[in-house]
Design a protein. Sequence first.
Length: 85
Amino acid sequence: MTKGSKPERRIVSPDPKGGWRVVAPGASRASDRSQTKQQAEQRAKQIVRNLGGGEVTFKDERGRITDSDTVAPGKDPNPPRDKKH
């Protein structure tokens, strides 16, 4: 992430073909596909970390946001009180 630019973001969601996918917002193709949600989460965090940090968002099969996580060195403007991730 460069100064003044938006933080990187990836979305982890169920793949209609089976498994889970990692997608950049607005992208037509998945960055990665995995068999499990945990594998997709790890890959999404790795991608965002390599790009300088940002946000990983999790969606359910209906497209609703279920959770999100900030990946260092990204700065979370509203840090969560829970320690889930």
